[in-house]
Design a protein around this ligand. Structure first.
Ligand code: NAP
Length: 248
């Protein structure tokens, strides 16, 4: 379809499922990763074996200069950019608020919020009608944590995801007349590696009886919502949130 999408953190979890589904729908996919090149190449291999187009690009999306380089590489090696999925995100070990160190807050805000700023800025310069672009779609991956606040676990992460909600709403209105839609998904309790970084790999199974659907979610279920928001089928949809949390 001659449209490229950049999926940050496309090597694993929700990002990998989104990359595979987006490629199946016909997009050329840039699978961004931080350090797990093997996982990123596995996603790219899967896409290519199934007739799609993809490249893997290493870049720390919390770094403005690395993000700028990644977008330049996409410009020179892929079809024109159409979409950006701000998916990369991290959390750190569960702990009480007063025990958190300042450098932890800085890491959390850089990886979960500044990443969206750096990547969205580059995308807007290419997609906005104001800059001669043909329009496009940005999907942010927030979290239900923005609503719950994640007390006793990771209030820092929840606060970062709260910023992603505000950024989504504000940017959607700023860009609404420039051909760019901005939406977000807010997942929770999805079976991925992220819970191990929080110090509790089995977190979803511990919590699942408290979820109205009584089960955790799969990355592919989140990918469906992301790829719909990216697509022309969502053409009148901007500034909205799709919550994927089994009814929580
Ligand atoms: P995951 O399995 O831990 O995967 C994280 C991905 O992000 C990996 O591809 C990783 O790359 C990449 N990444 C991390 N920091 C990066 C950076 N600075 N630059 C570039 N890439 C970076 O996580 P996930 O569960 O799929 O989470 C994806 C998104 O969903 C996150 O924004 C997360 O907050 C959100 N979310 C997840 C859940 C859940 O239950 N899983 C719930 C709510 C929200 P490497 O492979 O190279 O390390």
């Amino acid at each position: 379809m001659n449209r490229s999408v950049i999926i940050t953190g496309g090597s694993r979890g929700i990002g990998a499922a989104t990359a595979i589904l987006a490629a199946r729908k016909g997009y050329e996919v840039c699978v961004n990763f931080l350090s797990n090149e093997k996982a990123a190449l596995k996603v790219v291999d899967h896409i290519i074996r199934n007739g799609g187009k993809a490249i893997a690009l290493q870049a720390d999306v919390s770094s403005e200069s690395e993000v700028a380089n990644m977008f330049r590489t996409v410009d020179s090696s892929m079809s024109p950019l159409w979409g950006l999925v701000n998916n990369a995100g991290i959390l750190e070990t569960q702990m009480r608020f007063e025990d958190m160190k300042t450098d932890r807050w800085e890491r959390i805000l850089k990886s979960n919020v500044m990443s969206c700023f750096h990547c969205s800025k580059e995308a807007i310069r290419r997609l906005s009608a104001k800059h001669g672009g043909a329009g496009g779609s940005i999907v942010n991956v927030g979290s239900i944590a923005s609503l719950s606040g994640s007390p006793g676990e990771y209030v820092d992460y929840a606060a970062a995801k709260g910023a992603v909600d505000s950024l989504t709403r504000g940017l959607s209105r700023e860009l609404a007349c420039e051909g760019i839609r901005v939406n977000a998904v807010r997942p929770a309790f999805i079976y991925t590696d992220i819970h191990a970084s929080g110090g509790e790999p089995g977190r979803v199974d511990r919590i699942k009886d408290l979820i109205p659907m009584k089960r955790g979610g799969q990355p592919e279920e989140v990918a469906e919502a992301i790829v719909w928001l990216l697509s022309d089928e969502a053409s009148y949809c901007t500034g909205t949130f799709i919550d994927l949390a089994g009814g929580r």
